[in-house]
Design a protein around this ligand. Structure first.
Ligand SMILES: Cc1cc2nc3c(=O)[nH]c(=O)nc-3n(C[C@H](O)[C@H](O)[C@H](O)COP(=O)(O)O)c2cc1C
Length: 192
């Protein structure tokens, strides 16, 4: 048993609170924490939005935002979740990842999640989120988690099906996160 503690960064892409996306993000993060030694880092887009929205290039990022970008770039694994806005992730979610170095996520496992008003945009995970993280050459995990309005009561998860899906996503993520942490790609090492 290595004593490795996994740096897991979770990004919740909602700009409002309370937030269903945040509830799913936190459930995924705490699920991983039950099965792996994890150093968790949660980024809520709503909290960094006032600064993030005014930063158009990385050198302009103030220290507090730079800290969050570094956390993403140095993560052993990411959980990324966004509400569906107009059939995609939110503009600010994309803007955050536009500021992340294009080689910093090579081979990093990324667990994808989204919430929407209805079931109709469940494929946002595979049609929008997955290609974005494929661009980064990240290892997008096979099981994504999608939740719609009826999975929640007062912004808390209320559906056994959603909890089961979260459990499955976590269970499937754990061996892949362990495996990825043993593999350091030459490009990733160079970037670091
Ligand atoms: C500007 C805007 C656009 C939205 N577009 C969609 C959409 O295209 N498809 C959908 O299913 N839900 C859509 N919704 C609903 C949200 O995705 C849904 O309520 C989500 O769970 C909100 O997440 P939050 O509680 O974390 O903020 C939209 C909501 C807003 C505010």
């Amino acid at each position: 048993m290595s004593g490795k503690v996994f740096k897991v960064v979770a990004v919740s892409g909602s700009t409002s609170r309370p937030s269903r996306t945040l509830a799913v993000t936190e459930a995924l993060l705490s699920g991983l924490r039950t099965q792996l030694p994890v150093e968790p880092h949660l980024i809520e887009l709503g909290e960094i939005a006032p600064v993030l929205s005014g930063v158009l290039s990385r050198p302009d990022a103030p220290a507090a935002l730079e800290l969050q970008l570094r956390a993403i770039e140095e993560a052993d694994a990411l959980i990324v979740a966004s509400p569906v806005y107009r059939a995609s992730y939110t503009g600010l979610f994309k803007h955050l990842f536009d500021l992340v170095h294009h080689e910093a996520l090579i081979d990093v496992p990324v667990l994808l999640a989204a919430t929407g008003g209805s079931e109709r945009h469940a494929l946002m995970i595979d049609h929008q989120l997955r290609p974005l993280f494929s661009f980064f050459q990240a290892r997008t995990l096979p099981i994504g988690v999608y939740a719609s309005g009826r999975d929640f009561h007062d912004y808390a998860i209320a559906s056994p099906e959603l909890l089961a899906r979260i459990g499955l996503a976590v269970e499937r993520a754990v061996p892949l996160v362990r495996e990825a942490s043993r593999f350091v790609s030459p490009v990733a090492a160079k970037v670091a």
